[in-house]
Design a protein around this ligand. Sequence first.
Ligand code: BG6
Length: 473
Amino acid sequence: MVLPKDFLWGGAIAANQVEGAVLEGGRGLSNVDLLPIGTDRSAISSGILEHLEWDDEHFYPAKHAIDMYHHYLEDIDLLAEMGFKVFRMSISWTRIFPNGDDEEPNQEGLRFYKAIFERLAFHGIKPLVTLAHFDVPVSLIKRFGGWRSRHLVDAYVNYAETVLKVFDRYVDYWLTFNEINILLHSPFVGGGLIFKEKENRQHIIYQAAHHQLLASSLVTKLAHDINPNNQVGCMLAGGMHYPYSCRPEDYQEAINRDRENYFFIDVQARGYYPAYALKKLERQGIVIDMKKDDLDILKETVDFVSFSYYSSRTVSGFEEDYEETTGNLFKSIKNPNLASTEWGWQIDPLGLRNALNQLTDRYQKPLFIVENGLGAKDMPDENGYINDDYRIDYMRQHILALKDAVEIDGVNLLGYTSWGCIDLIAASTGQMSKRYGFVYVDCDDQGNGSFKRFKKKSFEWYKKVIKSNGEVV
Ligand code: BG6
């Protein structure tokens, strides 16, 4: 058998993309609740357009999502039927602290997650909990400007301490921030940042990054103090950059662009700011506001490195007329050697094996693939059945690649949680029609539908994969 006996097979979701019920149970508003579907989404996500109130002109998919708030028992039972060993989920900060920094936690929010953990425990499924998955309380954005303010460090640490203690008996695996490097690419989504005219955006982003890195280290330490069994991970929006050609300038650009993203993980996994980042900040005239002990705080490093992988990216050191494509909020030159999904994300299973190797070489820590999957339009047949062979094929190729990384390259891999194991709303576009799940949810892009759940063909396939510990793919 290639994979270790205790390999953690499962799937992943995020609170804001599934729960809905955004104002129920005493919950407060979060940044991502305010992202509408349609043309303004991108400007709001990047912090250029301020949009901190709902209006009647837009449709906000997070308001209902897939209504997991009212379906969680049925949903978890379905995941259990597939034999899940682990379920990656996030806690919504504003369900616990509606304003982000309230004096007391919201008991109804705590009860909701306790019920989820109880159900998972009933099925013997381990939770892997992301503390902040694109989740900044709107009240903290209005009062402090999001993560640009150091106040967010205290508020986040207090929130994390609360849930680490209350849910200690249920959870061993924690992630501090989902795709922490998204702060660079989508600053409102990653950090609740909104820029005023003439502000130095890079300065604000790196100040916010410093605050998140501090918060991550403080929480890692807290988690270890609360329970030495706690395993804390960082989380990278992964996928390395390829040089478009073998011109040295293209290769150099690929290294530089990889480093932009690795910067965060370098700090979280190694415990200090890397020299290339210090030099870059210096060149840009950016002086990060730090307190005396900050560099010591950062020395607390994570136990494992987790990442999402959908695609590799391609870059060039030259400004030429390249055909571009998109992928997980990153722009990329279209790689002529790869096929693309309906959304232009390029399919590169070998890139997953290479990413696993690169991360192992760089960090020498256990790895965890916490997102991977195919976003596609699923069309039910006349009986309502979804024959998603394309999804099975995508996942099969990626699972074979990760097995090679373990068997041939000796990578230490803890587990694999496919993204959106039950259909959910897409983070980039807000569309329901971009589906990733083994379970179909009857709901369209405008929130119409019965919200009933149906098993797709991939449901039975993944069940066999898990049962055979990846031997049968
Ligand atoms: C990652 C996020 O960026 O990619 C998820 O962590 C997101 O929240 C996933 O859903 C897939 O992206 P999209 O835009 O297809 O939902």
